[in-house]
Design a protein around this ligand. Structure first.
Ligand code: PRP
Length: 178
């Protein structure tokens, strides 16, 4: 697979928009008046987080973290490195992590452990997509958009080698060359 591969739409922008509306409604119900910190996991979650926060019409803060996994190719080795850490303390705060995709669960499980040590009063996860069939580490997703098949997904923030993040739909990459 390469950046020449052809994207086929899996989830349309309209389906994503309707789902983000639903997730935002649930988050509004649960977090209204709690002044939460939303933590966007870079880079993939930036589009989803931007759409989500604009539907949350109450006071909140936004933070960013960036993680990377050491390893060969696309398979995670399970060793995660914090590339960009939090800029503000989260002790005693309600924290909601925003992810684009949970795959093996390695990255988010590491991040939740890393954040838990900083003693938030609550810590929950909102993920737009879940590749459940690939799970190696158990993860509880408190607010989930879509369960997705084990295909290579791009668009709406998701990339292949930094390409395709700009696509407004979530697409499956299919090779042109047969
Ligand atoms: C993706 C995604 C998650 C992670 C999930 O990030 O945003 O953070 O992979 O995989 P896992 O459940 O198997 O650990 P990616 O490494 O593609 O980086 P990016 O968000 O910067 O594109």
């Amino acid at each position: 697979m390469s950046s020449q591969s052809k994207p086929r739409v899996l989830l349309t922008r309209a389906e994503i928009e309707a789902k983000v509306d639903e997730l935002a409604a649930a988050i509004r119900r649960d977090y209204l008046g709690r002044h939460p910190i939303l933590i966007c996991v870079l880079k993939g979650a930036f589009v989803f987080a931007a759409d989500l926060v604009r539907r949350l019409n109450f006071p909140l803060e936004v933070e960013f973290v960036q993680l990377s996994s050491y390893g060969e190719g696309r398979e995670s080795s399970g060793k995660i490195k914090v590339e960009q850490s939090l800029r503000s303390p989260i002790k005693g705060r309600d924290v909601l992590v925003i992810e684009d995709i949970v795959d093996t669960g390695t990255t988010i499980s590491f991040l939740l452990g890393y954040l838990r040590k900083r003693k938030p009063v609550s810590l929950k996860l909102c993920a737009l997509t879940d590749k459940l069939s690939r799970r190696q580490v158990p993860v509880t997703i408190d607010y989930l958009g879509f369960t997705v098949p084990d295909k290579f997904l791009v668009g709406y923030g998701l990339d292949l080698d930094e390409n395709f993040r700009y696509l407004p739909d979530i697409c499956v990459l299919e090779d042109n060359v047969r």
